[in-house]
Design a protein around this ligand. Sequence first.
Ligand code: ZN
Length: 185
Amino acid sequence: MIDKKRIEKLVYELLEAIGENPSREGLKETPQRVAKMYEEIFSGINENPKDYIKVFKEPGQGNEIVLIKDIPFYSMCEHHLLPFFGHMNVAYIPKGGELIGLSKIIRIVNCFSKRLQVQERMTKEIADFLFLGLGTLGVAVFIEAEHLCMTMRGVKSVGNKTKTYALKGLLSSDPQKKEELYSLL
Ligand code: ZN
């Protein structure tokens, strides 16, 4: 669990350390606000998606690809504690007609993004969870994101997007399924 009281104390100190006055009007409630916000944006840290994801059987379902496009996400870069955010496309091939609810896909995305992350690792973690954790026949995850640590500091490459992807199972090994996936995208 997130220790909100401790975060409040540390944010107060952080404000002092950067040369601010934590007691001035505008900053008075900032430590509490940040602690509350961290609870929300880091809610995935202590979550295991396995605990709440269930698949449901749809007898008519064959091994057609299910693609969920343009899922928005927000995450935090673990190197700079700054946001990176964008969209991802998630595709999977159900096994034996077992579908994952669409809202569950969003929950999986949130679970892995609301943590301190690296885009490459997050891509792989989501793909691995959908493939190994939920036993699907194939998975593809494509992520396109803007990193504030690249655009507001350092090299300041504004508008720069980082793309990552991970392919698993049939969506990696079966040329026909791969072709289907790319025509859907
Ligand atoms: Zn960074």
